[in-house]
Design a protein around this ligand. Sequence first.
Ligand code: HEM
Length: 589
Amino acid sequence: MVGTNSSAFHAHPPTAPTRPRPRRRCISAAQGLVKMSLPDSVHAVLSSYVAHVREFVANSSTSYLVALALVNIPLISIALNVLFQLLPRDKSRPPLVWHWIPVFGSAAGYGQDPIQFFLDCREKYGNVFTFVLLGRRVTVALGPEGNNFIMGGKHTVMSAEDAYTHLTTPVFGKDVVYDCPNEMLMEQKKFVKFGLRLENFRAYVSMIEDEVIQFMNKDSSFRIFQMNDINEWGRFDVLDAVSEITILTASRTLQGREVREAINKNYAQVFADLDGGFTPLHWLFPNLPLPSYRKRDLAQKKMSDLYIDIIRKRREAGNTSDEVDMIASLCNQKYRNGKVLEDHEIAHIMIALLMAGQHTSSATGSWILLHLAQRPEIVEEVYQEQVKHFRNPDGTWRSMEYEDIRQLPVLDCVIRETLRMHPPIHSIMRKLRDDVVVPQTLASPSEDGSYVVPKGDMVLSSAAVSQVDPLLWRNSFEWDPSRWADPEGVAQQAFKQYDDENGAKVDFGFGLVSKGTESPYQPFGAGRHRCIGEQFAYLQLSTVVATLIRRVEIKLETDMPKPNYQTMITLPKKPRNICYRRREFEQQA
Ligand code: HEM
């Protein structure tokens, strides 16, 4: 400021300025320019216009002029924005999605229904295009090749941490996930994977089953069930019930005994406040002076303290317990450079896992039950599969084992099909640290030209589009679990590309994973940022759904709820009640 002011002072000798003078100077200068370059008739019209403007300005009050500017500036910026889009565009840049309002861009279309918005844009612009989202330029790459371009892109150029850290770090806490170098995140994923090992999974199945049964026996949404009545139908809000079941089962297993006990107290409010800081608004504006931001920060501190306290108490007790939870697995883990995982890092990883798993799994569980409730004949197939595998001759149920869950093809197809139609995360973003050339096979302006996406743009991959793409899938918007049973069908081919047991594997630092980036089906992401919670989510979802379906019939009285895309995770909108009826009387002891 000092520099600018002083140079301005020194450049011009002091005059006795009156307010309108600078404007007059501008207008005179404009008149001069007009005189120099235009034919006489045009010059006459413009001169008269300029003279009118001059007179108008001189005769108007300042407040009137300010009001006029407030009205006109938006109109002028819209006009300039339109003009800019009408000018011949730089052929090396991907096409820009047409929008009227600068900065706001295509936020309305994208926010309301990103899938339809992307499919419409593909019709007009092809597989690669850029849209403006509240001041950010976002370049989308669609289709399996688009997925591969972004999910398989170099992490040093396409950065997940630059895209997400301002959203995640205030919620998870420092030094983990996207608040550390990518190599450190890969090691943290390795530590978590160690916690998600087979022997722990084996212990989790009966814990999850037990939590679901307790929930059905206690929660008010299952009042009719609790009355031991097999004739009357009750109803529950599916998202509310499944969210509750998800947090209860995740805390009983991954989060650990102490967290499970804390859930009954004030934990729910702390979780809700933290969760309130994990929204698209917080992604767009990381820090606003609003209550949700203050609550988020307080909740992060409380949650972090809760975990640190658990870790310290366990340490003091000599860590001798035979806990099978994630805290026990993370304690004493060391980075390759010898540095131990510190308490606050363990606490923040635990928060990250809680947030990563809670809405994704509860959204998926809700969509599974909603689709099942609409298709009683498929519920019957799921039920008969349970009967075949787990019904004892005396009519009681044998508990499921982890190995059993992997042998339930009907349930498996139901989960896969639901994740195809409702992947909880519709947009995966990366921020470019350098210019990136789009492969010509994916999209190009001409045979000998390529698009270049400039450094600083966000790039976006949407498996949610390739998973319902009518060009790839038969009846793509129809929920049809049987498509997964056809060994030659598109679904199996896509799954093989995603999760091929015998196919190419890559180790990004957290163990071997299928490459999977080229598959049209990738509900758990692909490449180095691929989800590590996939097996746990399958285990949790299978056990929850099976435990419920063993005990109740379900049906849907309303239409299938519409997806709500305005939350970070695609959730079913209200009304989303499922009707249930108890299958059998419970024998009273
Ligand atoms: C149905 C359930 C789930 C779905 C659909 C899902 C989906 C995803 C997706 C799409 C990604 C990739 C994000 C990206 O590339 O930017 C991801 C990453 C991740 N997920 Fe999940 N997830 C689920 C459950 C879980 C659970 C239960 C956990 C924890 C126990 C978890 C932990 C993670 C972690 C740690 C990452 C890695 C982030 C990275 O490397 O950048 N997820 N998940």
